[in-house]
Design a protein around this ligand. Structure first.
Ligand SMILES: [Zn+2]
Length: 351
């Protein structure tokens, strides 16, 4: 018998929608499947003001396919020297800005405007704690002396822990946790939650570099060890309320991924849900899938789960699925998770 599970329409608490022809090419994958999408602000010109967020939001709305059932992009501002507390507070009160994203300078795509020390932004965090504005953190040390697989743990210990101690009431999301250290950090702090990606749940670092380097699995923070992956899987499949789905879908054209310097980022808006469903099915924990994809994140950010539902079915036969998308000018992007997607169908439930 085919395996079937019904879940409230999921939310994506971490997504890169890009701009220009890439936005046009990828937006439908998110808007046709997800309800809320926490939109990352690291465009080539970072989104750091309420006006910029309004403009970006309009571009997203214009690009969104009309048949998208119930899609709401949630805008974030980039924590940089351009960010002003007064403007942030204004944007938040107007309902335009939902959160602030902190990037360590140089950690990933378009992060050069980021910070070198989190506490340099203490004046912003004071406003955020008082107003209840969530802080979203790319937690990865950029210290070249630290081994790349230890950089999440190092950042949590040397940067974020200090912020959380100084601002104990501030709502903080550790984005795309990749290690057991990330899980431990979240569990040790009451006001801290974490997004977890389909790729960190389903692949390990051996998959990335053995038998050869797979640029398609290169992302930041890098996919870590099998033991870290196991702990992530156990944590999210347990239904623990502090952990929720953020795909970190981050499209790059293959010519940039496969170039001399591979771009960090994995496009998984298309099949991230299938990848996650496959993990929960393998672990015999499908009953906790909705908590991870549709309930925990909503509760963390102060929303109720979607009323609409999706029906996910694991099919007996393999289905043929697309492996790439093409932008208008012919750039190709690899769709992560085609293997898992070939086993699942997902449809809106007709109640
Ligand atoms: Zn990201």
């Amino acid at each position: 018998m085919a395996l079937t599970i019904t879940i409230p329409r999921p939310d994506d608490w971490h997504v890169h929608l890009r701009e220009g022809e890439m936005l046009d090419a990828v937006i439908g994958y998110t808007s046709l499947r997800f309800r809320y999408a926490m939109v990352m602000p690291n465009l080539s010109t970072p989104i750091a003001t309420t006006d910029q967020a309004i403009t970006y939001r309009k571009l997203i709305d214009q690009a969104t396919p009309a048949e998208s059932p119930d899609f709401h992009p949630l805008m974030t501002l980039y924590c940089s020297s351009q960010l002003e507390a007064i403007d942030l507070l204004h944007g938040y009160k107007e309902g335009i800005v939902k959160a602030v994203k902190y990037y360590p300078a140089g950690a990933t795509t378009n992060s050069k405007s980021g910070g070198s020390s989190m506490m340099d932004f203490a004046h912003i965090f004071t406003t955020m704690q008082d107003a209840g504005i969530p802080l979203l953190v790319h937690a990865e040390s950029t210290n070249p002396a630290i081994d790349i697989y230890d950089r999440e743990a190092a950042f949590l210990e040397h940067e974020l822990d200090i912020v959380c101690n100084n601002f104990p009431e501030m709502k903080v999301t550790v984005e795309h946790i990749s290690t057991s250290a990330g899980v431990d950090f979240v569990n040790a702090h009451e006001t801290v939650g974490a997004s977890v990606t389909p790729h960190h749940l389903s692949r390990n670092r051996s998959d990335m570099i053995s038998p050869a380097f797979h640029a398609d699995l290169f992302c930041k923070p890098v996919i870590n060890s099998e033991s870290d992956r196991r702990i992530l899987v156990q944590t999210v499949t347990s239904g623990s309320p502090s952990f929720f789905l953020g795909t970190d879908s981050a499209p790059h054209p293959t010519k940039a991924k496969y170039g001399k310097e591979a771009k960090a980022g994995i496009f998984n808006a298309a099949y991230g849900l299938e990848v996650v469903a496959e993990i929960f099915a393998t672990e015999n924990k499908l009953e906790n899938l909705a908590a991870f994809t549709s309930e925990n994140g909503a509760a963390f950010y102060g929303y109720t789960p979607a009323e609409e539902h999706l029906v996910l079915t694991r099919e007996q036969v393999e289905i043929e699925v697309a492996t790439h998308l093409s932008t208008e000018s012919g750039n190709e992007v690899v769709l992560f998770g085609a293997e898992e997607a070939s086993h699942w169908t997902i449809q809106a439930s007709i109640d």
